[in-house]
Structure formats: C-alpha cells, structure tokens
Design a protein around this ligand. Structure first.
Ligand code: A3P
Length: 288
C-alpha cells in the first residue's frame, strides 16, 4: 500500500521508495533466502534509536580485521541489509560481514532463525525517538516530512512512519528472541555507562579487546567526535537524500521529549503505550 510518493507499506512494515526501486524490489523479496554465515553480525534498530552511533562502535571493533577498509565510511563497512549493494555482492564480502537493518523480525533472512549469526537489537525510549524523528524527517528527503509534533505523534502511534509500528518492531523481536542469537541493548544504558556496554558488545561478539582498545573506541564515538568525523557523520550523503543542514547528531541525550511534548500529547502517548505495552517485560528509561 502506497502511503505517499515517498513511503509505502511492505508486508506490514513502512519502507521508503528510496529502498524499493524496481531493482531493489526483487532484492527485498528475496531477502528471506539471503544466506547467513555463522560469523555475520547484524545491528537491528527502529529508526532514531542510536543506530549510527552503534554502527560506528561495531565497525571500530572490527577495524583490525579489515585494515584495507579503514578509510571507508562506516556505512560501507557495515551496510544496510535492505538496500541493494552498489558494487559488490554481499555474498562476495569476506567474513565477518557486518550489517545494519531497520527490518522487523518477520522480514529478515530465515537463516537467522536457527541462531545463526549474531544480532544486536538496540532500543530507545519511544518518546525520545518521536522527538528525534520529528527533527530528522524535515531533513531526510526520502522520508515524509511531518509539520509538527502532533503529526509525528499521530504517525508514530498509528505506525505509519519509516520503520512502521515501533510497538510491532520491538515486540516482534523481543517475543521471538529465543529463535535468534540476540543481545538487547538500550540507548540509555549507552549514554549512562558506555564502557560497560562496549564490554558487553565485545563479549557477545567474542572480540577480546584490551582496555586500551576500548578506551580508544570510547574516544572516537563521543557525540562531538562522531559529529566531526567524516567517516561517521553521514555528511557524505548527497543532498537529494539529506538536506545539508540536517544531521544524525541532534542532541544525544535522554529525556529531551520533556522539552517538546505538551501535557496532552504526553497523555495521548501514555494511553496508547499502556494499552499496547501491557505485559511487555522490557523497561525503558524515560529520563536521567
Ligand atoms: P537525538 O535526535 O535525540 O539527538 P539513529 O542513528 O538511529 O538515526 O539515531 C539518531 C539519534 O542518536 C539522535 O538522537 C542522535 O543525536 C543520537 N546519537 C548519534 N550519535 C550519538 C553519540 N555518539 N552519542 C549519543 N547520541 C548519539
């Protein structure tokens, strides 16, 4: 179902036409048969949950494995599974292959379901996602641009923004977690104690990193360092994809929604949230 000239619903999930050009359509349809290697690493997120930050962290952990890729942008080292590769087929990539994805659980390669490959699922409190999305959709030209918070909240609660329903996204992944080799992490724990999260990630990926190596990564992935790192900051995106003034690095904090949500918007959100998330075991950090 077409939502606009930019976005449409594909098997219950909202994607952008940027992702589903004619050539990419066949590619996405065949993704369920995409062959998974034991050594594959996937970062899965709902948009605006801290994807770029974590993409940067994971690629830096594998820097020594691919010395010839050191000067590539992070997106080239850890491309999007759902976007057709530009020059090199993913099957010809050396192991370990690193991928990002915003896909919901029911759309990913079947091979992942028998615990093959490693998945890191990063989640964030949804009120901050809405604020982040409200900013970002005005600059990301492949997204529908919403005029204000009310409209962004509408789209979020009805699941008609890029990524589809956040509720379905996190529930699909969490409720099916036993089928996957998966680590759940939150954006908020990264903000609060990045070092512990880096240790957790490196243990999950079976990467033994020295304290000094972890320190070095921590230094490179601070908000300000990433913002000015041309390999990490996505400023290389052409201006028909992202407006020049746009950035993936807006504020990088917990609880900024309090500066944007009105009392009634907050009540509206809480009502839907309480209904849809009752009995859901993961908890979210709404403020510091
Ligand atoms: P805000 O808009 O709340 O600032 P994604 O990469 O999934 O699109 O997520 C973008 C969000 O991650 C933005 O949130 C952005 O500021 C935040 N972010 C990006 N890099 C970060 C970093 N190094 N440290 C903390 N937050 C970061």
């Amino acid at each position: 179902k077409v939502l606009s000239n930019k976005m449409f619903i594909y098997k219950g999930m909202v994607l952008t036409f940027h992702e589903l050009t004619d050539t990419n359509k066949e590619y996405i349809e065949n993704l369920e048969h995409f062959e998974i290697r034991e050594s594959d690493v996937f970062l899965v997120t709902f948009p605006k949950s801290g994807t770029i930050w974590t993409q940067n962290i994971i690629t830096l952990m594998y820097e020594d494995d691919f010395p010839e890729e050191v000067n590539l942008n992070r997106i080239q080292r850890m491309p999007w599974l759902e976007i057709i590769p530009k020059n090199k087929d993913y099957n010809s990539r050396p192991s370990p292959r690193l991928f990002c994805s915003h896909l919901q659980e029911h759309l990913v390669p079947k091979g992942l379901r028998n615990k093959k490959g490693k998945i890191i699922y990063l989640f964030r409190n949804p009120k901050d996602i809405i604020v982040s999305y409200n900013y970002f959709c005005k600059y990301m030209l492949t997204f529908d641009a919403y005029k204000d918070m009310d409209e962004t909240l509408d789209k979020f609660l009805s699941g008609f923004l890029f990524g589809g329903s956040w509720f379905d996204h996190i529930k699909g992944w969490y409720n099916n977690r036993d089928k996957f080799n998966i680590l759940f992490l939150s954006y908020e724990e990264m903000i609060k104690d990045l070092r512990s999260v880096l240790v957790k990630i490196s243990e999950f990926l079976v990467k033994s990193l020295s304290d000094a190596a972890i320190d070095k990564i921590m230094q490179k992935v601070t908000f300000n360092n990433m913002k000015s790192d041309p390999k990490a900051n996505y400023k290389f995106l052409p201006d028909f994809i992202m407006k020049k003034e746009g950035t993936f690095f807006r504020k990088g904090t917990i609880g900024d929604w309090k500066n944007f949500f009105t009392v009634s918007q907050n009540e509206r959100f809480d009502k839907v949230y309480q209904d849809k998330m009752k009995d859901f075991p993961l908890t979210f950090t709404w403020d510091i």
